[in-house]
Write a protein that binds this ligand. Sequence first.
Ligand code: NAI
Length: 328
Amino acid sequence: MVSVAVLGAAGGIGQPLSLLMKLNANVTKLNLYDIVNVPGVAADISHIATNAEVKSFLGSGELAAAVTGIDLAIIPAGVPRKPGMTRDDLFKINAGIVKTLVEAIAASSPRAFIAIISNPVNSTVPIAAEVLKAKGVFDPRRLFGVTTLDVVRASRFVRDLRPGVDAAALRVPVIGGHSGTTIVPLLSLASTPIDLSEAEVKELTHRIQFGGDEVVKAKDGAGSATLSMAHAGARFADSLIRAINGETVVEPTFIALAADPEGAEEIRALGAGELDFFAVPVELGPEGVKRIAPLGGQPSAFEREAVAVAAKALDTNIATGAAFVTGA
Ligand code: NAI
């Protein structure tokens, strides 16, 4: 039985994500926080006949109460992309939002799991880590950047090429980060072998890396992925909740490699080098990250090259995030 807070609950992602969390039978308390419109969202969702108790928290004066006594905070607060913007363009606004929210969690629920959706994830997660370190409560096992949408897209886009594949069952490990070329799908290590030509691997990899742009373009100024993201966020949150309840679950997510969890060596040798954060398939347990799950094989030469490209960009993204808090 788990208490969850959604921070940014009235937004495009926040609303459907809150709905999906209300439908999760393991959620007993659901705190919905935003700086606008959240009383209506909470009242609406609270009528759904499940046992979770829904409460609304509006504005910064109610932030501390929203994050008190929670096991899991999910953060989709912040501005989304418009056509022509990269995720890094969002940094200026979202960095400050994530910092404020994580400071509040550090003060009121320092042992809560924190799942960050707000972009650019490659930088907002290092921001959260520095905030938690400054407060003396950083536990790298409990901080996660949500990269599940890349994993979800990978499964679905494979099916677009190979209609015989069961998109819901297929698992493609996606490693690296969460923007453009930092996203590295390991198609050669999918849970079911997929016979793809070199050209198809290139095409699919590019589509998974830039899949978000398809949505930004189609929404034409009205935002980025919200519904598929809410699904992905709810799937990741459910994995964390099942882990809290004692199940062993594997999900790719952007975590602190600097903490050297078991399995980090394989990832460093693959090209993550000395990076402090990296997305990897993680075995989750009641305390969060148990270990990095083995990849189960050697990635292809193409994938190894993609990791090298990702690592370069990630290095800058991570440093930018950390410097926002430390001023270094
Ligand atoms: P949105 O603009 O529809 O919603 C954002 C919500 O955050 C709004 O309700 C807003 O009032 C709220 N908010 C703003 N400042 C806040 C603060 N200081 N405290 C609490 N709430 C605050 O945006 P949308 O589409 O829901 O996207 C949210 C974030 O998620 C964006 O940064 C976007 O880039 C990111 N995103 C991440 C993905 C991922 O795969 N990790 C995928 C898609 C989007």
